[in-house]
Design a binder for this molecule. Structure first.
Ligand code: SF4
Ligand code: SF4
Length: 143
């Protein structure tokens, strides 16, 4: 009796498995044909490709992103100069360097920034022959 019960249980389990298999077999396929579809490929909005600074004027050179980064991926050079409006000394950003090769895309820097000066882009094609090429200056527009 136990044998018959086990047989039916096994058959039921097999049919359940086959149901999933057949459902997936007839489901519309969404495989991305990369790199053939490079021109039309759209990554998910939340995909972290590389850190960018769209508007360097937003950065107040506070260094919070650098401090939040757990592995020293961000290096900021600052200077103190007189504010043209108030005449008071004010810190300003000179150079913002980001080493894509050591970034682990944890997003801690973006979360730490109080002025939304940095964000992650969805660009993911970063192959280079030398690691030094992965060190990027994000405020190039200012230099
Ligand atoms: S994502 Fe993480 S590892 Fe990359 S720069 Fe930001 S804090 Fe550093
Ligand atoms: S990017 Fe944001 S957190 Fe980093 S130094 Fe500039 S303002 Fe501060």
């Amino acid at each position: 009796m136990g044998y018959i019960k086990g047989l039916f249980r096994g058959l039921g389990s097999l049919l359940t498995g086959m149901k999933v298999t057949f459902r997936e077999f007839f489901t519309k396929k969404i495989t991305e044909q990369y790199p053939e579809n490079r021109a039309s490929l759209k990554m998910y909005d939340r995909f972290c490709g590389e850190l960018v600074m769209p508007d360097p004027d937003k950065c107040i050179a506070c260094g919070l992103c650098q401090m939040a980064c757990p592995n020293g991926t961000i290096s900021i050079t600052t200077e103190t100069a007189a504010d043209p409006q108030t005449g008071k000394p004010k810190k300003r950003l000179v150079k913002y360097e980001y080493d894509l090769g050591s970034c682990m895309f944890c997003h801690l820097c973006v979360n730490a920034c109080p002025h939304d000066a940095i964000r992650f882009d969805t660009d993911f094609e970063h192959a280079v022959f030398t690691r030094s090429k992965l060190v990027k200056t994000l405020n190039k527009q200012q230099l």
